[in-house]
Write a protein that binds this ligand. Structure first.
Ligand SMILES: CN1c2c(nc(N)[nH]c2=O)NC[C@@H]1CNc1ccc(C(=O)N[C@@H](CCC(=O)N[C@@H](CCC(=O)N[C@@H](CCC(=O)O)C(=O)O)C(=O)O)C(=O)O)cc1
Ligand SMILES: N[C@@H](CCS)C(=O)O
Ligand SMILES: [Zn+2]
Length: 758
């Protein structure tokens, strides 16, 4: 069996692309220097594939920001507000990704959304009525030729036409169907061009096919590929799915004349069943996603062989593949100096996963796989005990009763009590928690972590930052203050470091969006809290002001979803363990006089199963209850806030209300406040703070712009329920844009209060 990967990380083992891009944005690095970094990274990644003997090596998986954005540019899907800036192509590309504020104009960034059920974010292409989709770009061809120069006939990877149209946003009256003719022409030309360049295979990524599909979707799929496939010459076409199974279109896909079909046997719960039930055409190649592209635990070879043995029965050619792009895992375990081999041997990051593919190739080639050294070693690993249980934690979870998940008194009673206690102005202003993580803050943490300064020195520094932050917020005139989160490297990793049961890494970076990366902690064992994690800093921050200081925590579902989870216990069990630990922190904050506590559940929507039928049974029932467990023990007057980064929750609005928080803040500005209508229609009880400006972009929103957003919200949301805040935390921003943006926010809220005589 041959081996393949769907795509590879691109940010660089030491985040070279991040640093080069950020220097380019600052004007410190030239375009040519940025391109040099990109060339070197691509070369390195291809070489890694060669070193591991991978047969199908991807190209065009590289991106300066995001592959959906790359595809939009390739297809001439550039909204006029960007093309009219008259920037050079790379600048125009970054203007779409990050917004632009400069000599040529002032434009917001395109909408950014979660990439399926991952912590990666894509840029949403915007198709206007007069957009002319056509193949205008050259990136995939250039990168194919670049690989060819290294002697590699790579497998170009392109977002497929179906997924592109399904994820795009149509801003006028036209819909996907009005653009199919043009997109078919563009993709057919692409096929021809690759054929001329000598590509043996081309991979069209179609993750949208694993979602619930309507009859119209299936008709669209058949139309698109029925025609694109007519343009096929000798270059073979691989339809690659991932993040689930093709249960709604398996027969259509296997009937179309693709040369290869990529199926996910990790997240695709029905994939094996579909193959067994309907068969798989013996004349096609089955790219079998058997190595997990999302989690970092080692592959269990004996279990994988069971799947492969079933697949062999189809008599199709089988290629050993990852379940999705390796973009979602870190580069290599080799760089982890702090983890001992006892731990490391259980993990496989991107590079090690290629090693696993190579092992499986060797094992499957043998008539006596059980005698192959790699197989024996792997079997032993899975027989070993991992010493990761804590019986007291397990007992605490199993003794939970339904009453532990209910907060008293009920919402409306609490609302009245809190109104009387807090005496906040209408439209209270606040922020989401973090303030700019400046170079100074990161450098101080770095020297602390490297043992060059003492804990005492580090804590003193953080307290100085907190004091500055509190003074700044008072000066600006915000109503509810935050401590700024200067002590946190990340809102999840920080808690992972404080809690028992987690492992953390040094260089295991994974791209989240653009130049932003995260280092997800690893859930190794049962989770517990042995000491307070935030209380000292929050209590200190509260001591500096008469205003309310929000305690700031990350919720159990988000900690779980943004970590690498265990595979030996259920996600529900793990979420409840974390919930019990965070609950203790909530109660300790309350006992220390903190009246308002925010428990971020930024990632709650993210892991909602991609198919509606699985929402409740597989997720919401335990995710919402885990959150409720965290705050059900507080007093009526303690105000619980939560925050979600994305407003993509119209369809689970009742469940969000069921979280029973007192206030929820969320992203709304980058998605045109659509969510506000939904809140209005469904009689949402929780008070809301829909973000009035986008923090993912460096542009400074004007007071008028923010006033407009507030007034628009007030048309749909009762004034007693509306909070005014940015979209998300300010950690990625600099002080230069944060201070004027927040001042404009406060000025806007005050002007609205005056104008409406609130
Ligand atoms: C809110 N979001 C988050 C998501 N996921 C998370 N896990 N966390 C989030 O906050 N998902 C959705 C959204 C949007 N996504 C992100 C993702 C990442 C960031 C971000 O700001 N990332 C930072 C890295 C943060 C971090 O871990 N910092 C560390 C390390 C800092 C560092 O680079 N240190 C240098 C040394 C510095 C020196 O010596 O001067 C080094 O290690 O080499 C820390 O602060 O300690 C990023 O820069 O990408 C935001 C939103
Ligand atoms: N409290 C966090 C939430 C981000 S989603 C922050 O402000 O960064
Ligand atoms: Zn957020």
């Amino acid at each position: 069996m041959k081996t393949a990967t769907i795509g590879y990380p691109r940010v660089g083992t030491l985040r070279e692309l991040k640093f080069a891009s950020e220097k380019y944005f600052e004007g410190v690095l030239s375009k040519a220097e940025l391109q040099d970094t990109a060339v070197l990274l691509r070369k390195t990644h291809w070489q890694m594939h060669i070193n591991n003997g991978i047969d199908f090596i991807p190209s065009n998986d590289f991106s300066f920001y995001d592959n959906m954005l790359d595809t939009a540019v390739l297809l001439n899907v550039v909204p006029k507000r960007y093309s009219s800036l008259q920037l050079d192509p790379l600048e125009e590309y970054f203007a779409m990704a990050r917004g632009y504020q400069g000599l040529n104009g002032d434009v917001k960034a395109l909408v950014m959304k979660k990439w399926f059920n991952t912590n990666y974010h894509y840029i949403v292409p915007e198709i206007e009525d007069d957009t002319e989709i056509s193949l205008v770009g050259t990136k995939p061809f250039d990168e194919f030729l670049e690989a060819k120069k290294m002697g590699i006939v790579s497998k170009p990877v392109i977002i497929g036409a179906f997924t592109f149209l399904k994820l795009a946003r149509f801003t006028g009256n036209k819909t996907a169907i009005d653009f199919t003719k043009d997109i078919i022409v563009a993709y057919s030309e692409m096929l021809k061009k690759f054929n001329d360049l000598g590509a043996e295979w081309i991979q069209f990524d179609e993750p949208a096919l694993i979602m619930d599909l309507t009859a119209d979707d299936i008709a669209l799929l058949k139309k698109i590929y029925g025609e694109i496939l007519l343009a096929k010459d000798s270059t073979k076409l691989l339809l690659q799915s991932y993040f689930g199974d093709l249960r709604d279109c398996y027969q259509e896909v296997t009937t179309l004349p693709f040369d290869g079909i990529g199926l996910d046997f990790i997240e695709g719960n029905h994939s094996l069943e579909l193959v067994k039930h309907f068969g798989f055409p013996a004349d096609k190649t089955l790219f079998a996603g058997v190595v997990n592209g999302k989690n970092i635990w080692r592959n269990n070879y004996s279990q994988t062989l069971l799947i492969l043995n079933e697949l062999k029965k189809t008599r199709a050619t089988i290629v050993l593949n990852t379940s999705c792009s390796l973009l979602h895992v870190p580069y290599t375990i080799k760089n982890e100096g702090f983890l001992t081999d006892e731990f490391k041997k259980h993990f496989a990051f991107a590079e090690e996963k290629m090693g696993e593919l190579a092992d499986l190739k060797k094992i499957t080639a043998s008539n006596t796989p059980a005698e192959i050294t790699e197989y024996i070693k792997n079997t032993r690993l899975f027989q070993e005990s991992r010493f990761c249980t804590d019986v007291s934690v397990q007992a605490a979870v199993s003794s939970l009763t339904p009453e532990d998940f209910v907060r008293h008194p009920a919402f409306h009673k609490r609302e009245k009590i809190q109104k009387a206690v807090y005496n906040l102005p209408l439209l209270p202003t606040t922020t989401i928690g973090s303030f700019p993580q400046t170079a100074e803050v990161k450098a101080k943490r770095s020297v602390f972590k490297n043992g060059k300064i003492t804990a005492k020195h580090y804590i003193k520094f953080n307290k100085e930052k907190i004091a500055e932050c509190v003074a700044l917020q008072e000066k600006i005139g915000l109503d509810v203050l935050v401590h700024g989160e200067f002590e946190r490297n990340d809102m999840v990793e920080y808690f992972g470091e404080c809690l028992n049961g987690f492992l953390f890494t040094q260089k295991a970076w994974v791209q989240s969006y653009g130049t932003r990366c995260v280092k997800p902690p690893i859930i190794w064992g049962d989770i517990s809290r042995s000491q307070a994690m935030t209380v000292d800093y929050i209590v200190y921050a509260q001591s500096l002001t008469k205003k309310y200081m929000k305690g700031m925590l990350t919720g159990p579902v988000t900690i779980l979803n943004w970590s690498f989870p265990r595979e030996d216990i259920s996600l529900q069990e793990c979420a409840l363990q974390i919930a019990l630990a965070i609950r203790q922190e909530v109660l300790e904050l309350e006992a220390n006089g903190i009246k308002i506590i925010q428990i971020d559940e930024a990632a709650l929507r993210e892991k909602l199963p991609l198919r509606k039928s699985d929402w409740h049974c597989e997720y919401l029932d335990w995710a919402i209850t885990a959150f409720r467990l965290v705050h059900s023990g507080v007093k009526a007057e303690t105000q619980i806030h939560t925050h979600m980064c994305y407003s993509e929750f119209s369809d689970i609005i009742k469940d969000i209300d069921e979280m029973d928080a007192d206030v929820i803040t969320f992203e709304a500005s980058r998605s045109d406040l659509v969510i506000i209508d939904v809140l209005n229609r469904c009689g949402f009880k929780t008070a809301v703070g829909p973000g009035v400006y986008d923090i993912h972009s460096p542009r400074i929103p004007g007071t008028e712009e923010i006033k407009e957003a507030i007034l628009k919200m007030l048309k749909k949301i009762p004034r007693e329920k509306l909070w005014v805040n940015p979209d998300c935390g300010l950690k990625t921003r600099g002080n230069a844009e944060t201070i004027p943006s927040l001042q404009n926010l406060v000025d806007a809220a005050q002007e609205v209060r005056r104008s409406l005589q609130l």
